[in-house]
Write a protein that binds this ligand. Sequence first.
Ligand SMILES: *[C@@H]1O[C@H](CO)[C@@H](O)[C@H](O)[C@H]1NC(C)=O
Ligand SMILES: *[C@@H]1O[C@H](CO)[C@@H](O)[C@H](O)[C@H]1NC(C)=O
Ligand SMILES: *[C@@H]1O[C@H](CO)[C@@H](O)[C@H](O)[C@H]1NC(C)=O
Length: 560
Amino acid sequence: MFTSKYFWLIAGILLIAAIGNGQAETFPCKIKEAEYGKVCVCTSDYCDYLDNPILTSDTEFTLISSSKQGLRFATSSGNFGTESKHIVDDYEEPAAETNNDEFLTELWENTLASAFTVESRESAITRYVALKLNRSTTYQTITGFGGSFTGAVSHILENFNNQDIDNHLYKSFYGEEGLGFNLMRTPIGGCDFDLSPWSYSEEDGDTELSGMDQLDERDVIRVAQMKRLIEVSGAKNLKIKGAAWSAPPWMKTNNKWTGFGRLKRAYYQTWADYHLKWVKLMEDNGLPIWAISTGNEPLNGIFFMFFVKFMSMGWTPQTQAIWVNDYLGPTIRNSAFKDLVIFSNDDQRYSFPHWFKMMNYTRPNSLDYLDGLSVHWYWDEIFGNSFIDSTNNYIADKLLIVSESCIGDKPWQKAAPLLGSWERAEKYARDYLQNLKLGFHGWIDWNIILDEQGGPNYVDNTVDAPVIANTTTYEEFYKQPMFYAMGHFSKLVPEGSVRIEASPSNVNLDSVAFERPDKKIAAILFNSGRADVDITVDDSVRGSFIVNVPAKSIHTLLYS
Ligand SMILES: *[C@@H]1O[C@H](CO)[C@@H](O)[C@H](O)[C@H]1NC(C)=O
Ligand SMILES: *[C@@H]1O[C@H](CO)[C@@H](O)[C@H](O)[C@H]1NC(C)=O
Ligand SMILES: *[C@@H]1O[C@H](CO)[C@@H](O)[C@H](O)[C@H]1NC(C)=O
């Protein structure tokens, strides 16, 4: 009893001290040791959140930190121009049950001593890097970050059968106290992450698309969930992007959901109308749509039909140019939804920029109908940056967005969630950094939640996700390290932020930085090494400070 009374007293003093320090109020991660590392547990009555930090002076900086060892959005702050090194303490395993004296000694050594004295951490090696941030060198403007709302996501949320858990999931991704997402991708009809393949107007020969006069019963549920997400999270200006995986079989050359099948020429206009009708249907039901793509992974129905077993429809760049230029483009631009953003490709890096060159070759200026180019990240490690660089050289004025990412799609990866895997978080951080430095304007991840097997997926094409549901009880979900990795980019980099130059002096650190619309600077710092690193941050306006960050950690730095 003695112990716990003192513990809460001291914890209370520390909490007051922290709030008095201008640090953000926070509901910390409820850590659980899972098979591959640590996850954060959310239940109907608890979930971790972090209010956006408030800076109290021009020289103050705040760091949000996560690490392999167990930090999850831990905050600390300091000031530019301070001589002493700012130290980000790594996560400490809570002390095991001990007797009172030992407990108090440990509490002193682990918590209080470090709070009241500045001592340098002793470690075998410390690496060094200088990070120069130049606000005068500017690059692309950020559109935003997001995740996807598939039939699988909708199904899991429905099964929670508990509004409070659903609400925690919505706020965790789209609330300001969560990851601050503002983009969302959703399938038009079904996709592989669903209980079965489906589309609107499946009935043979429904060329009038009468099946689109009202929401499909699955969309009645999904649309209601998405509207609740907007309401509960307070997401302002949520941008929703739709993509169809396949037309109904009767519109296709092979009359099937998958395989070597393309859209029949006779239905090019019908398929354009289908997209317009879907946008209107969503808007009529309270969900304005920001963008559509010309269709998910068109090459699946052309080259990869032997491997891909799920809903797909093939396009070549030549046929897509004809459809976009002669049918979809005019249909949308001459409609009440003329400002709808149209993305093309929605496939892998290796098709860039050849796809667009071939489109333009077939229908000169067909690219004018496109506002954006979207790409899936799956082959980024094999097909180099030149595919994107040459796309930027070829057509520079388009929005460039990663529209799908997840891990577990490759034969050499475990096609299932690895609960607690920090390595997977690092893979996200690396690719976000790489693509943002290549000029990408935004990133939309795949399913926001999946079950323990990485589904449901009607062809068992299971993968990992940033949040995993416990479908034994449907009483909790687990935030994976990947969730925080994405959040280090999205949380403090709102729409309209402009990338600025961030140059580390060596490979001990990877970084990307932004000037936000409120003129504050947000920089992501990634130490993937096994040693801690002293970083000398040097801003072109604000001056410098030194921070020591632990091994295997990711940080978001915010300052004026
Ligand atoms: C910062 O960027 C500007 C514009 O590109 C450049 O003129 C200036 O030399 C840079 N400053 C430093 C310190 O590199
Ligand atoms: C597309 O083709 C037209 C006609 O050949 C050409 O004038 C135009 O420059 C091309 N556009 C691009 C982006 O290559
Ligand atoms: C789900 O909850 C059950 C019951 O509490 C538990 O036994 C199981 O380990 C949990 N699953 C995971 C993946 O943690």
